[in-house]
Design a protein around this ligand. Structure first.
Ligand code: NDP
Length: 476
């Protein structure tokens, strides 16, 4: 009998996805440009299930039952197009082609349109969880037609991570919706990591705690509302000692953070959509700044504050304040990310279910966390919630956190410890809740130098003041 699903591209991700399918009892056709990888997979893991190795795309395609389900797991960009171009002439109407790589959602929209013209279903699917997730259960974010999900969804739900028995996989929406949501997931991941890193930095360089002590603090947090994969692994990293030097691992790693680009895509897209994702943007900028070695070397030695440590009494209370600030800032970063998904969904008519999206991030993916239940509940209660921050749970948590949050941002500024994530989150919060913003003054400036006009609070219409003349107002 023919294979039920095929995977082409058998590097770490593709190989583990194929094994995941096989372990769930599916007959899996496997193919890779370089045949050695295919052979190696079958030799090493053939005992795990039924693999159908194929040496050529033709062999691969003919080994699959129809409608075919093919998962492409190759390097994103040109290679994905090359593989699609090779496969399309071999396929039949109704077949489903999945791109599980990290594609830009606009590329996915383009590919979906092109394949639709051939009667094929193209599914751009976000897959999160890295190598281990691919094998043991990732969080899966498939886009594409409802028909494609009917054919493919049950298989993906089988291999996805499960939380309380529910699969971390749902049909996100048409064409690029899945890759869009995966992109924002990665952006949120950047923000979350940055906030945790700032919490560490403040405890270390504000409160004078050692990495091992901070690991313990984080372990404690991980038993509470901050429970998440990222807090857990951060504690592990902080507790780790470098074997070569005997120093804390975190002290021997070069402090220049790298990035592969999905955070940048999130921010670029947010700029286009006009959605302020300042938490994600600060996280991307913070990585760029850390990597600006020459700039940092030139600026090293610029004057800082004279007061550089908290006294010990204050330092004991500080950890609690930092926990509050972290929770509050995290709420802001997620609220911003979900607003971006909401805006993308409206722009491209995807009709994305925000509550379901938060639910499939509870397992398998890098930002998996207890906290996501709160987001699902918030959107289940009100699907049109303008911001998560006004949901009852979040509102109460912010009310409880805000004094601590303000103290942390103030302390960071006083001690000269950079906390861009905490600070921008607080500024966003205060901007949102402000009754009046100085944007009125910005409008005045724009009208002054460019006659860009303004609207008034007391009358409808568009107005301009004759700044260069008698300063009378005219209606435009
Ligand atoms: P890589 O991104 O390193 O890609 C290597 C695979 O791509 C190999 O199978 C390679 O074949 C194939 N390939 C490259 N160029 C071509 C081409 N022109 N034609 C055909 N095949 C080609 O593999 P990963 O497993 O790391 O990632 C796969 C995808 O999954 C990527 O899009 C990545 O962004 C995404 N992803 C990765 C995650 C991770 O943790 N690594 C997490 C989530 C998503 P060959 O063996 O012949 O060179």
């Amino acid at each position: 009998s023919q294979a039920q699903v095929g995977v082409t591209g058998l590097a770490v991700m593709g190989r583990n996805l194929a094994r995941n399918f096989a372990r769930h009892g599916y007959r899996v056709a496997v193919h890779n440009r370089t045949a050695a990888r295919t052979t190696a997979l079958v030799e090493e893991f053939g005992h795990e299930g039924e693999f159908r190795p194929a040496r050529t795309p033709e062999e691969f395609v003919t080994s699959l039952e129809r409608p075919r389900r093919i998962v492409i797991m190759v390097k994103a960009g040109g290679p994905t197009d090359a593989v699609i171009d090779e496969l399309v002439p071999l396929l039949d109407a109704g077949d489903v082609v999945v791109d599980g790589g990290n594609a830009h959602f606009l590329d996915t929209r383009r590919r979906e349109q092109a394949l639709r013209a051939h009667g094929l279903h193209f599914v751009g699917s976000g897959i999160s969880g890295g190598e281990q997730g691919a094998l043991e259960g990732p969080s899966i974010m498939p886009g594409g037609t409802a028909e494609s999900y009917r054919v493919l969804g049950p298989l993906l739900e089988d291999i996805a991570a499960k939380v309380d028995g529910a699969p971390c996989c749902t049909h996100i929406g048409p064409d690029g919706a899945g890759h869009f949501v995966k992109m924002v997931h990665n952006g949120i991941e950047y923000a979350d990591m940055q906030l945790i890193a700032e919490a560490y930095d403040l405890l270390r360089h504000g409160a004078g705690r050692q990495p091992g002590e901070i690991a313990e603090i984080f372990r404690g947090w991980n038993d509470g509302r901050l429970e998440s994969y990222l807090i857990g692994i951060t504690a592990e990293v902080l507790a780790h000692t470098d074997a070569a030097t005997g120093k804390p691992f975190v002290d021997v790693v070069l402090d220049q953070a790298e990035q592969k680009g999905t955070g940048r895509w999130t921010v670029q897209t947010a700029l286009e959509l006009g959605i302020p994702v300042s938490g994600i943007a600060e996280a991307v900028f913070a990585r760029s700044l850390s990597g600006s070695a020459e700039l940092r070397a030139a600026a090293h030695g610029l004057p800082g504050p004279t007061e550089t440590w908290l006294d010990s009494a204050a330092s004991d209370r500080f950890a609690e304040d930092v926990e509050q600030a972290l929770y509050a800032s995290k709420m802001v970063a997620y609220a911003q990310g979900f607003n971006q998904i909401q805006a993308g969904s409206a722009e491209y008519a995807w009709d994305i279910d925000l509550g379901a999206t938060a639910a499939i991030w509870r397992g398998g993916c890098i930002i998996r966390a207890r906290f996501l239940d709160r987001i699902t509940a918030a959107y289940r209660a009100d699907g049109r919630l303008p911001t998560l921050l006004t949901d009852e749970h979040f509102r109460e948590a912010l009310a409880g956190a805000q004094s601590s949050w303000r103290r942390v941002v103030t302390t960071a500024a006083q001690l000269g410890v950079p906390a861009p994530g905490f600070a921008t989150a607080l500024a966003y919060y205060d901007s949102l809740r402000a009754e009046r913003l100085p944007a009125s003054l910005v409008q005045g400036q724009r009208d002054y130098f460019g006659a860009h006009t303004y609207r008034r609070t007391d009358r409808v219409g568009t107005f301009h003041t004759l700044w260069g003349g008698d300063r009378s107002e005219e209606e435009r």
